[in-house]
Design a binder for this molecule. Structure first.
Ligand SMILES: Cc1ncc(COP(=O)(O)O)c(C=O)c1O
Length: 487
């Protein structure tokens, strides 16, 4: 069957509709609380969407991590799991899937993506080292700095401009990469890290051509190249549809081609494989042995790595399904549909639309809220208040403070509205577009937030904040004027 059967379906009306090639056979009831209750809940949750109980959330667009809809084949595989501490058949099946998928020799299981980052950082980062990446990710950076390293970024300066028509904003600027290596000295670079589907700048892909160039630099300079493949599915879709030389190549070929450029690959199986787990793959025995002994220490024995065997079976099937074009196209096409809906309602968003979710530009949405008052967090709280939609702050609050305690202002202030695979319907996306359109019209009412409790690490997960002034009360009153049912 051709990879492109889906996009050959055109609507007679000319309308662009992301037609699903699957049907829902199991559903979950969700609830939309009235605004009075949402007002109470968001304040009880410290104005942090991570702290909202899911029972109070209408559309959970916090993340795609561990919440994608699984296929019937994944559920079926879970029933065949071999539960044993050592030598489980389930592990061998997953190991073979990962080996075949990437074309690499060794596989180490871990309970999720950041567990892989812990193992990698402990194995390769020494105090005073540098890691150069296209753009950092929160947990990756935390593990590198915990081990005494520093993170440098090498995306083009334009990659953090919200509006762009660059199809591969996640690409490294090669001159920046080489000059950073030369400046700190190659022996001080613990590794170079390519993040597929660059999360914090809006789910933006990296081209295969760019991966080749980065790999060439690393091989010339003898530096380890590590690939974070957590968001590989979206990146693979964009390579296939946006990169000319890849259009006639199979998805399986493209994955192996990418993998052949890397020394180590790791992934969050909560994203890649649509289950709950993670793992590290390499063909380099020396690197494998450096990492291996951390698995039983932190994760669990080498044949389960902290994962339940049922999740491992589901992940194994999910990874194979990444080679199905319908499966990987669903999120990018729904992100695009949501993006177009938001643009229609004048909401400022990051372009081009990427994978993972739609990214609302808080700096343009609420220009009057200074970065020190966490505009992305304020906007995320306001979105929940007026719609019951839970997004995620991706801005200054997600950054760690500088060593002297001052704020590290983020280069982008985004609210991510994640679009987990096969979970939401078009009418739900239209609801999001409509409510954010209303909020944009009433944006002058939104104010800032300040910390009430600020954790010392990864503060965005558990930090509690309070509104500066009564802007939420005013927003609620205006909403009730326009939507008297409160829904
Ligand atoms: C690019 C990237 N790397 C690593 C991780 C960490 O994975 P996990 O949440 O499974 O620990 C994530 C999670 O969002 C991610 O997006």
């Amino acid at each position: 069957m051709s990879d492109f059967t889906y996009s050959n379906v055109t609507f007679f009306s000319g309308e662009k509709v992301p037609l699903e090639m699957h049907k829902a056979r199991m559903v979950q009831r969700i609830h939309l609380l009235p605004i009075e209750e949402r007002f109470t809940v968001i304040n009880q949750s410290g104005n942090n969407t991570f702290l909202l109980p899911n029972r109070s959330v209408f559309l959970d667009m916090l993340t795609d991590s561990g919440v994608n809809a699984m296929s019937e084949a994944q559920y079926a595989a879970m029933l065949m799991a071999d539960d044993s501490y050592a030598g489980s058949e389930t592990f061998y099946r997953l190991e073979k899937t990962v080996q075949d998928f990437f074309g690499l020799t060794y596989f180490l299981p871990a309970h999720q993506g950041r567990a892989c980052e812990n193992i990698i950082a402990r194995s390769f980062v020494k105090p005073g080292d540098f890691v150069i990446t296209n753009y950092h990710f929160t947990t990756t950076k935390a593990h590198i700095t915990l081990n005494g390293g520093q993170v440098l970024e090498a995306v083009n300066d334009k990659a953090t401009l919200p509006l762009s028509d660059d199809p591969f904003k996640g690409d490294f600027e090669i001159e920046k990469l080489t000059s950073q290596i030369d400046k700190v000295g190659g022996e001080k670079v613990a590794f170079v890290r390519i993040e597929a589907g660059t999360n914090l700048i809006g789910g933006q892909p990296v081209s295969l051509a760019n991966m080749r160039k980065v790999s060439q630099v690393c091989r010339q300079k003898g530096i380890i190249l590590i690939f974070d493949a957590s968001l590989l599915a979206d990146n693979l879709y964009f390579i296939k549809v946006r990169e000319k030389e890849c259009q006639d190549k199979s998805l399986a070929f493209l994955v192996r081609e990418m993998a052949s450029l890397m020394d180590v690959i790791y992934f969050s199986g909560r994203k890649l494989g649509c289950a709950r787990g993670g793992g590290i793959a390499t063909s380099n025995r020396e690197l494998y042995l450096k990492m291996r002994d951390f698995v039983p220490l932190f994760e669990g024995f080498l044949t389960y790595g902290g994962m339940s065997v049922r999740e491992m079976e589901a992940m194994s099937v999910g990874i194979k399904e990444t080679l199905d074009f319908h499966t990987i196209s669903q999120t990018p096409l729904f992100v695009e549909a949501l993006g177009l809906e938001l643009v229609k309602n004048k909401v400022p968003v990051v372009t081009p639309f990427g994978g993972l979710g739609c990214h609302v530009d808080a700096l343009r949405f609420i220009e009057h809220v200074p970065q020190r008052q966490y505009p992305s967090a304020s906007l995320a709280a306001a979105i929940y208040l007026i719609s019951g939609v839970r997004g995620m702050e991706r801005g200054t609050l997600s950054e760690a403070r500088n060593p002297d305690g001052s704020e590290h202002l983020s280069s982008m202030e985004l609210v991510r509205l994640a679009v987990p695979k096969r979970v939401f319907t078009l009418s739900q996306l239209k609801y999001v577009g409509d409510r954010l359109g209303w909020l944009y019209e009433n944006r002058s009412l939104i104010g800032g937030l300040q910390f009430v409790e600020e954790p010392s690490t990864l503060r965005f997960f558990l930090g509690r904040l309070a509104p500066i002034g009564d802007w939420q009360g005013k927003l609620k009153a205006k909403f009730l004027e326009d939507m008297p049912s409160g829904l």
